[in-house]
Design a protein around this ligand. Structure first.
Ligand code: HEM
Length: 244
């Protein structure tokens, strides 16, 4: 193995030797784009599965799945009031695996809301929102709002009766917000009622602005987890030590 790990080909991919010693093991982590998200060393408390239930990681995975299925949906969907509904019907009835694709995106969106809320509840329950993690809690609140905004804007896109009336009701409710309500409603709809301008705006927000903001904030969120010293469980000493 030593010979291979010293070859030029191996070295052009990996900047470390075979990970059978502490130095090479830490180099594996720090020199890999994906693995460097993890610290080289962590406290065994934070490895307890029932501490996080993996909810933050599941949120990130579902977000990735939504981006992937959403991109594929864009191959078939045109945000036009004349064509949108027909596009969805064609997708479900003609396109191979079209119904599966649409359902993965729709159910994924429901799952995302559920998992993010559970993750937030877990963070609250374990007191991980306290200093120094209060900034990251704030970032999380924005992520929750963006998750809800993505669901809301996506709801209009199929342009069926459910979509049309849900957004008509939803934006009417927004119109009653004190002070800014009327303005917010007309900015969102681009006119007095739900029509082409609203569909164009919701589409732009749904496929571009919101996912971009979520991607950037998720990166910031994960970076902050590292900078705040890893999970708050690292600071817990009262968990039973399972070491022999
Ligand atoms: C798109 C949504 C979100 C994603 C992808 C995400 C991702 C993550 C991940 C991967 C972790 C580390 C592991 C874990 O706790 O499972 C984490 C930790 C954390 N998250 Fe989130 N999160 C999201 C939303 C939120 C929300 C809504 C809040 C609260 C308002 C929040 C607050 C926190 C805090 C304070 C930590 C540190 C927890 C600790 O030290 O124990 N996050 N997040």
């Amino acid at each position: 193995m030593k010979k291979i790990t010293q070859s030029r080909i191996w070295r052009s991919f990996f900047r470390h030797g075979w990970p059978d010693n502490p130095l090479d093991r830490s180099l594996v982590m720090t020199t890999n784009l994906f693995l460097h998200l993890h610290p080289v060393k962590i406290n065994r408390n934070s490895l307890k599965a029932t501490y996080t239930f993996g909810l933050g990681v599941i949120s990130a995975i579902v977000l990735g799945l939504l981006v992937l299925t959403g991109t594929l949906l864009m191959f078939y969907y045109v945000p036009s009031v004349e064509r949108a509904y027909g596009n969805i019907v064609t997708l479900q009835t003609v396109v191979p695996f079209g119904q599966l694709l649409r359902n993965m995106h729709r159910w994924g969106a429901h799952l995302m809301v559920l998992v993010v809320v559970l993750h937030m509840a877990r963070v609250f329950y374990t007191g991980a929102y306290k200093p120094p993690r209060e900034f990251n809690w704030g970032v999380g609140v924005f992520l929750l709002l963006l998750t809800l905004a993505a669901s809301f804007t996506g709801y209009l896109l199929p342009w069926d009766q459910l979509a049309f009336w849900a957004i008509t009701v939803g934006t009417s409710v927004a119109g009653y917000a004190p002070g800014i309500g009327g303005q917010a409603r007309s900015y969102l709809l681009g006119g007095p009622e739900v029509g082409q301008a609203a569909l164009t705006r919701f589409y732009a927000l749904h496929v571009m602005a919101i996912p971009l903001a979520m991607g950037l904030l998720t990166a910031l969120h994960l970076w902050r987890v590292r900078k705040d010293g890893g999970l708050a469980a690292n600071e817990l000493n009262e968990l039973p030590d399972t070491e022999e």
